[in-house]
Design a protein around this ligand. Sequence first.
Ligand SMILES: *Cc1c(COP(=O)(O)O)cnc(C)c1O
Length: 419
Amino acid sequence: MRKVPFIDRKLAEEIDAKIPTPYYVYDEEGMIRNIENIKSAFAWNKGFKEYFAVKATPNPFLLAIMKEHGIGVDCSSLTELMISKAAGFCGDDIMFSSNETPAEDYVLAKKLGAIINLDDITHIDYFDSLCGLNETMSIRFNPGGIFTVSNGIMDNPQDAKYGMTEEQMYEAVKIMMDRGVKHFGIHSFLVSNTVTNDYYPMLAQQLFDLAVSIHEKTGAHIAFVNLSGGVGIPYTPDQEPNDIFVIGDGVRKIYEKVFVPKGMDDVAIYTEMGRYVMGPFGALVTKAIHEKHIYKEYIGVDACAVNLMRPAMYGSYHHITVLGKEDEPCTCMYDIVGGLCENNDKFAIDRMLPKIEKGDYLFIHDTGAHGYSMGYNYNGKLRSAEVLVHPDRSFEMIRRAETPEDYFATFDFSDFDFR
Ligand SMILES: *Cc1c(COP(=O)(O)O)cnc(C)c1O
């Protein structure tokens, strides 16, 4: 599918005049439309709730919009809980799906009334002694083995650090029932960025079967099944996007097959999608500032891997559009590179693009999730601003760019003078 940027060159220039490149832009209209689609795709389930994975895009302005549209948040750290609280979330609008959790994180999650999803059986005692168990507790499952869908192996849960074994799941429920827990949730996250409509239904089959089995063996009330994240987006133009309505309907069929005959038709379905909710609705906009002709043709841009780590870290493809040249033929082959002293700082390698002039704006697509948030400060490079484009095409800064003062802030106990 042809990838179309959600801003044009004119808007990129207008933003640049106030908030210099590089900056992240987010498309409010697209994000809201997508959230509403997710809700309708699962509307057949009374208790359905999406808990947006905050780590994907931890910006309180965006979270507040999500809250208005009725979705919750999935947190896994102290500061993610703090951001969520600031954006107005509390109680069972917060899912706390952490692992290797520090005590203070659990204490805050408890204080906010979040639903606690325990990653390990040993965390029952840990959480109980810190906070006391809640009436509803969730537990995370790791089925081990290899997870396959129709088109092959997807991942190896047996090598993943998350979750409990099947035996431990039964054991955990029994321990917590003895301590007065009344309602249980079951959670699992097996594969990232699946671009197939089969992933959620296949996971649902495993988790629903397990839920029935736990219910039958222990008598526990299963209140929800959390399918977690992993629904992906097509980063390359040739990939077929997921259809959330097909996915929702696929899960419904399994629900009707597994739960309904057992009288378990009050089980709520929860999801914790991050990438699927925000990925396509954010972009990194960066300006071409240099061109270099050696053994290859390079375009140097004012963003670098600290602003978007995925290509350097995973070799990920991110589509690039040169704004204002959407319809020009892609006749030049470039490496698009940032200024880190690391040779993996390349947003694209051997990419065919229209001829790029210095000053051109490059729109790096599909960076609305796990983009800004994976940023870092290597080489003393600073994090960019974030900008929200409203449905009427006006824009608003929703995070300012870092300054050198921010970078030096952790030396504020010392007498060094950085000015
Ligand atoms: C990262 C994460 C998610 C979101 O994953 P996506 O790939 O963005 O959908 C959901 N739940 C948990 C526990 C996670 O760690």
